[in-house]
Design a protein around this ligand. Structure first.
Ligand code: PLP
Length: 461
């Protein structure tokens, strides 16, 4: 089917994967334990029960390879899935590269990113266990819009704490969240103890994801009818996203091709994991081989500069402690425009696989990244999310390396979302107002000084 003209590989709905892939089944070394933020001892499922429905807690620790996607979740997925795999013929031509470039377009979902893949699943599992309210945080607004859409579909009340700087800068994301019926507060807010404590010290605080998570977790912890939902980082979230890579494997087969290099941008790690884990799974089972590249912003260099250590997931230390590459839970990254890549930590599964040598990390500056996004838009027509520009930039570098080496490799990357709500960032870029931030060494050193001290007995190594 992959002739020399084909541009998009479209799977019929009947070919949509019917199970999520759980990479924990194939890990050569199991994940370190998750610790309670108060006791720093391993958590039990009961510790997590106030925050998450039991089905998601069990997915979090599961080592079963496949988890069936419930029919009501598949039904909502069919609104926009399977997503197309596109051969970037325009970009290949613009770069004059012998490499073949493919991308999975997750921008086709209604809110415009990959995030509904887990939002829909999480809303379903909460509904199934009788949950009537969900609280969450959002940075740039992508997760808030995905979860509020999913909650509308499963008739659940949704409360969103949006990092204040984005709340002020992104009124259209805010409006989208409210259109889907959710209640939204700028964070830090006066709605929670965590928020009030921060505001007492700094009334003009611009907020951070770590702070917004504290507020959302507090609401769930203090209210019996409310659970918390996270849009990245956790094992079950990454597992829900594996529908992306499983579709991509089938679509690469349609193209009679297989990637030599697979690339994704990493904020908390979910879209990256969603694309690459099914491929790494093939590698772990000895079935195939590819290089895997994780791309992060130089201003928030979690994978390339952060130690692999146990750390708190949020500022107020209410969320569980996990082992991850981290810049410290109090680190507030510079205000780069890829808001979705500004989390202080990285998914434990992604961190673990990096530690085991399955992932190459790179950190890029935002001016180069936007230049790549603009080049992509002019060649492929789609205006990408600033986060996705990181993956595009790395894909272009790989394609140019192939040109230099005269090598006909196949490159696959994830286009995690479109940039229609991020045109402010493009205006700033084209107006010459974007700057590159240096690696904020001193602030990171300060934040890392606050890592929890974990006993060897607690973590068993
Ligand atoms: C949220 C977001 C990201 C970063 O989150 P991950 O969990 O690392 O995927 C990347 N791209 C887009 C478009 C996003 O909305």
């Amino acid at each position: 089917m992959g002739d020399d003209k084909t541009r998009k590989y479209v799977l019929p709905e009947s070919e949509m994967p019917e199970a999520y892939y759980n990479i924990q089944a194939d890990l050569p070394v199991p994940l370190p334990p998750v610790l309670h933020p108060g006791t720093l001892e391993p958590v039990t499922p009961d510790d997590l029960a106030p925050l998450f429905p039991m089905s998601l807690v069990m997915q979090e620790v599961s080592t079963e390879r496949e988890h069936e996607i419930p029919e009501p979740v598949q039904d909502v997925y069919r609104m926009y899935r399977p997503s197309p795999l596109i051969r970037a013929r325009g970009l290949e031509k613009a770069l004059d590269t012998p490499a073949k470039i493919y991308y999975k377009n997750e921008g086709v979902s209604p809110p415009g990113s990959h995030k509904p893949n887990t939002a829909i699943a999480q809303a379903f599992y909460n509904k199934q266990e009788g949950v009537t309210k969900i609280s969450t945080e959002t940075g740039a607004g992508q997760w808030g819009s995905a979860l509020s859409m999913a909650c509308a579909m499963f008739d659940i009340d949704c409360t969103v704490f949006m990092v204040r700087v984005s709340y002020d800068q992104k009124p259209y994301r805010r409006a989208m969240i409210e259109t889907y019926g959710a209640t939204i507060y700028p964070s830090p807010s006066d709605q929670t103890n965590a928020g009030r404590a921060i505001l007492a010290e700094d009334p003009d605080c611009l907020g951070s994801l770590g702070m917004a998570i504290s507020e959302a977790v507090e609401v769930a912890a203090l209210n019996d009818d409310t659970k918390y939902s996270l849009g990245s980082v956790l094992n079950h979230v990454l597992m829900h996203q594996t529908i992306i890579g499983q579709e991509a494997i089938k679509q690469m087969e349609m193209a009679d091709d297989y990637p030599d290099v697979i690339i994704g941008c990493t904020g908390g790690g979910s879209n990256f994991a969603g694309l690459v884990f099914p491929f790494i799974g093939q590698q772990l089972r000895g079935e195939a081989n590819a290089r895997v590249i994780a791309v992060e912003p130089a201003a928030c260099p979690t994978l390339t500069k952060g130690p692999y250590a146990f750390d708190f997931g949020d500022t107020a230390h209410l969320a569980p402690v996990v082992k991850m590459h981290t810049l410290g839970s109090t680190f507030v990254p510079p205000g780069i425009h890829a808001g979705g890549l500004r989390y202080h930590g990285m998914a434990p599964l992604v961190s673990h696989l990096l530690d085991l040598g399955y992932i190459e990390p790179v950190a890029l500056h935002q001016l180069d990244v936007f230049a790549a996004g603009v080049q992509f838009a002019r060649a492929e027509g789609i205006i990408p999310a600033p986060e996705s520009n990181h993956a595009i930039s790395a894909a272009i570098s790989e394609a140019l390396r192939c040109k230099e080496e005269g090598s006909e490799e196949t490159i696959l990357f994830n286009l995690s979302g479109h940039g229609h709500f991020d045109m402010g960032a493009y205006i700033a870029y084209m107006g010459g107002q974007l700057v590159d931030y240096d690696y904020p060494e001193e602030e990171i050193a300060m934040a890392l000084a606050g890592l929890p001290v974990v006993s060897v007995e607690a973590v068993g190594d």
